[in-house]
Design a protein around this ligand. Structure first.
Ligand code: IVH
Length: 668
């Protein structure tokens, strides 16, 4: 077999294994074998650039070449569905269908309404050629490169040959709960804004201009509508079964029914059972099954008459409001928190819920003793959504007033133009703000002073030893030994940890400063672009905005921060203790962000570089070295003789193994 044939064979096999793993959930080879085949294919493709195939299984890792999305017109408009919210409305639809079909018998296909964003996929001769978002229904964005990274979407149809030459299949792109929660945990640690629900996370991800980021975010897709000239079946259900045979992932909850009662039963069953599904759903969809009957029922301007959505009610409970307290965060933002009679909601007991902001409370005309509705949708923190005005009785307490002074330091609160939040402006001495800044400064992704924790900080703060992060470098041994029963040994450890933090690279120092909106990623980007704190402090808004990834909010926040003489003084003090305020010589050379956001485990013995050199290379290219394999590991850089325990764990978790040469070409 020559190399061209070998490439073709490997591609076909990898497409098949991919389908068995990601669509059927039935892996047919071990992950190791899969990786080996993939590596072999990558090597062969590298030797034969003339055999490049945009749909090769090697193309799923994405690329970080930014490109704008092209707008394209849909071949057939993407209609939406009319919504119903109760069984009565479902019955009305069912009767309209009966009338429309003049009493002919008909079947209804019941399926889940997946809560993501809709996508239209085009296949020609069994190959994915284009993927377009819904857009306004007439035109959408061409997101093909991003879609290719979703492993359950076939790039080349692996099975059977009975698909038409050209067809379109539509479905929903989703971020599974598990990926959503992991992503938000990472964002929380990096102090980046959290995604409110998996739909927003999926949509934010799919619109990313960097398909390598999309590849890491683990999106999934369920397909629910096959269209085109020569599609095989005479019914929706049969078509989707066919599509499944061709390699597409279909919602397994699909069911054909013939009576209204069966529809109600399906609704009742899935309203409860959907909580066990790996992805978010927000209702069910009912479709007349026969395509001939669909055609005879036709469309309205916005939606088909042959289908309807039934939306589940967001889980909501009523309870009594007892007290409203106000919390002050690190940035001084005040969060009103409702304390309520305990209530069961989506499987947990809820006692506290957020009340958003001042306007929200005023608009509800909220009183203590009010019956409030609490909701927990895709969101993480329960929230109050409404008040039951009819349930008010003579026990109603006073109206809830938003505090006007800071509950912690007594300073008059302020609201900035265009912002809904209320702030305590006393960032120089409001205790939770000061403590919060020190806690942020020592945190793992900032200065990583892990010999200190929140309790010790609170204690030092109370005793007047530290007031701001720079004070840490002035702590004397006699001030802390003996405190909280600390022995000399732990005092030494703390002092050593603080001292060692002066070696932390500038990009993390920049993050540690706690400039609003400058999270871990923005800090890295800024450090690499400006290279020193002095250059950053001098930068104008225009210069900041020229940096890829820095928008007006971050730019403005940086300008405001450096305009405050106290902050300038804070930087000078840190600098005087030896904290890094510029990139080192070493870091200045050859930095990229090719491995940005990736957690990499090194294992085995290498031929070209030492382990330490590889560690440095990973950091240099923006990646993170981690010691042990977990579900969060992006890949393993493996040399010869990788440890058997590591190998087994990697296989179990399905983590990619990257060889030395492949790694070097990744960062080339
Ligand atoms: S069928 C003409 N089936 O819901 C019919 N849509 O509100 C096309 N959706 O834009 C849609 N799950 O994004 C269909 N099983 C399902 C669905 C589904 C979710 C979404 C889709 C559509 C929206 C309509």
């Amino acid at each position: 077999m020559d190399e061209r044939q070998k490439i073709e064979q490997l591609r076909a096999e990898l497409h098949k294994h991919n389908y068995q793993y990601y669509v059927l959930n039935q892996p047919s080879v071990s992950d190791l074998e899969f990786d080996q085949m993939m590596r072999q294919l990558q090597d062969l493709e590298a030797r034969h650039p003339e055999l490049y195939d945009p749909n090769s299984p090697t193309q799923r890792v994405g690329s970080d070449l930014n490109h704008e999305f092209q707008q394209v017109e849909h071949k057939r408009p993407m209609l939406s569905l009319a919504n119903t919210y109760n069984k009565e409305e479902v019955r009305e639809w069912y009767e309209r269908v009966e009338d429309g079909l003049s009493g002919q018998p008909f079947q209804v296909c019941c399926e889940m309404k997946f809560d993501g964003l809709s996508i239209s996929l085009h296949y020609e001769k069994g190959r994915l050629v284009r993927a377009v978002t819904r857009g306004d229904g007439v035109r959408g964005d061409d997101v093909t490169e991003n879609i290719k990274t979703i492993r359950s979407i076939p790039l080349v149809l692996p099975n059977g040959a009975d698909y038409p030459d050209e067809f379109e299949i539509r479905g929903e792109v989703l971020m599974p709960w598990e990926s959503f929660e992991a992503l938000n945990r990472e964002r929380e640690a990096a102090e980046e804004p959290l995604f409110a629900n998996p739909r927003n996370a999926a949509s934010g991800t799919l619109k990313s201009k960097n398909s390598a980021v999309v590849a890491q975010r683990k999106l999934d897709a369920y397909l629910y509508y096959l269209l085109g000239e020569g599609i095989p079946g005479e019914s929706h259900y049969d078509n989707l079964q066919k599509a499944h045979e061709w390699g597409f992932k279909i919602g397994p909850q699909m069911k054909l029914v013939t009576t209204l009662q069966e529809i109600y039963d399906y609704i009742d069953y899935w309203d409860v059972e959907r909580k066990n599904l790996p992805v978010a759903t927000d209702g069910i969809v009912l479709k007349v099954n026969s395509l001939a009957q669909q055609r005879s029922l036709g469309l309205t301007a916005k939606s088909p008459r042959w289908a309807i959505a039934y939306k589940f009610l967001a889980e909501k409970q009523s309870t009594v409001l007892r007290e409203v307290t106000f919390q002050v965060g690190r940035t001084g933002a005040i969060t009103p928190v409702a304390n309520m009679d305990p209530v069961q909601l989506s499987g947990t007991v809820v006692r506290r819920a957020t009340l958003n902001n001042e306007d929200f409370i005023r608009n509800l005309d909220l009183h203590i003793g009010d019956h409030v509705f609490v909701e927990k949708g895709g969101e993480i923190i329960p929230k109050i959504v409404d008040v039951d005005l009819d349930a008010r009785d003579e026990n109603l307490g006073p109206r809830v007033e938003f505090v006007t002074t800071c509950p912690e330091c007594g300073t008059k609160l302020v609201r900035y133009e265009g912002e809904a939040a209320t702030y305590c402006p006393n960032d120089a001495s409001c205790p939770p703000q000061l403590k919060g800044r020190i806690e942020h400064f020592i945190s793992r992704k900032a200065m990583n002073i892990d010999s200190l924790g929140p309790e010790t900080i609170a204690e030092y703060f109370r005793r007047g030893i530290v007031h701001d992060p720079a004070d840490l470098y002035e702590i004397r041994r006699d001030q802390i030994s003996g405190a909280r029963g600390q022995k000399d040994k732990s005092a030494s450890k703390i002092l050593l940890g603080i001292q060692e933090s002066t070696n932390v690279p500038f990009e993390r120092v920049l993050y540690a400063l706690g400039i609003r909106f400058v999270g871990e990623t923005a800090a890295k980007t800024l450090a690499r672009n400006f290279k020193s704190i002095d250059a950053l402090a001098k930068a104008s808004v225009e210069e900041l905005l020229q940096v890829n990834g820095i928008g007006t909010v971050i730019a403005q926040s940086i300008i405001t921060w450096f305009a405050n003489p106290q902050n300038v003084w804070f930087v000078e003090r840190l600098r005087s203790y030896g904290v890094q305020m510029e990139l080192s010589e070493d870091e200045l050379s050859e930095h990229t962000d090719k491995l940005l956001g990736q957690s990499i485990v090194i294992s085995g013995v290498f031929a070209h570089h030492s382990r330490d050199e590889y560690k440095a290379l990973i950091e240099k290219h923006g990646g993170k070295n981690v010691g042990s394999i977990s579900a969060k590991t992006s890949f393993i850089l493996a040399g010869e003789n990788m440890g058997p325990a590591k190998l087994e764990k990697a296989q179990k978790l399905g983590i990619r193994i990257v060889g030395e040469d492949e790694f070097l070409s990744l960062i080339e």
